[in-house]
Design a binder for this molecule. Structure first.
Ligand code: PDD
Length: 264
């Protein structure tokens, strides 16, 4: 088993200095990324990640050089060559390399593609690459020995620093609507469209505030790396008696089952 990095069509040593200092991803955060889970040597929900990637690229006007089939094949090659069965693949595409100037000239830029496959370290947390508020919040949380942070915008609970947030109240599942105030997580989408419906759990996508969070019976995060992540303590106060909530655990288990079964 070997962690691998692939940059613009070639395998390079992990950590290799291959990114130009004029790369717009480096200079401006002018790039997009995806993180896909590898489960039992297969990508989980790759087509969903690819839909989001292609949408991000279209909206950012970054030319798409690769078909979804080519991209799928590359993911498969990384898995095959690394022999990693449980891990994740990080993919980043920047607009390209050019002397620093804010406006871009599409005709003079060649998108740069970086991919890496890593084994999963479950202690690690984590789709333009502009995540400054999230990075600051995560750093602040870790300095206080917290796992992560919940973000509020004008008093409304939006998402986690590196995840989406759900609350359970009286058996109903609540999460922020999929608008431009949150990153529309694929795991969130899985919970809403497949996992919760399969368990007959009602879902309401609506805005809620800090009081609602404090009154919730259960709270959890979702992201590709951790799946359903129970919240058992918030600002030092126990959540659901300091233990993962029952509905949270049912959702976690059902998501894990779906991941084991696989989804293209
Ligand atoms: N982060 N919100 C934010 C701010 C995120 O960074 C992430 C994921 C999510 C959840 O998205 P998904 O379910 O598609 O992973 C929500 C990834 C894991 C990362 O940046 O590494």
């Amino acid at each position: 088993m070997k962690e691998l990095t692939y940059f613009n069509g070639e395998f390079v040593e992990p950590g290799a200095k291959v990114i130009s200092i004029d790369d717009r991803g480096y200079l401006f955060g002018d790039s997009v990324y995806e993180v896909v889970r590898v489960v039992k040597g297969r990508c989980f929900a790759l087509s969903y990640h690819q839909d989001r990637l292609y949408r991000s690229m279209r909206e950012m006007d970054i030319p798409v050089k690769m078909t979804p089939d080519d991209l799928t094949e590359l993911h498969e090659i990384l898995i095959e060559q690394s022999e990693i069965k449980e891990g994740y693949i990080y993919l980043q595409i920047s607009r390209g390399v050019a002397p620093r100037h804010h406006a871009y000239d599409r005709s003079k830029l060649e998108p740069q593609m970086l991919m890496s496959i890593r084994t999963l370290d479950l202690d690690e947390v984590n789709k333009t690459t502009n995540l400054i508020p999230n990075i600051l919040a995560q750093t602040k949380a870790e300095k206080k020995f917290a796992y992560t942070a919940i973000l509020f915008r004008d008093g409304i609970c939006t998402e986690g620093a590196t995840s989406n947030v759900f609350a359970v109240k009286d058996g109903i599942l609540y999460t922020h609507p999929a608008d431009n105030h949150i990153l529309k997580g694929i795991t969130r989408q899985m919970i809403l469209t497949r996992v919760a419906p399969s368990l007959g759990i009602t879902i309401i996508e609506k805005e809620f505030d800090r009081n609602f969070v404090d009154d919730a019976d259960e709270l959890f995060f979702t992201d590709t790396i951790g799946g359903v992540i129970p919240i058992t303590k918030l600002d030092r106060n126990p959540v659901s008696g300091g233990k993962p909530g029952a509905i949270t655990l049912r959702l976690r288990e059902a998501l894990e089952k779906l991941m084991e079964e696989g989804l293209p």
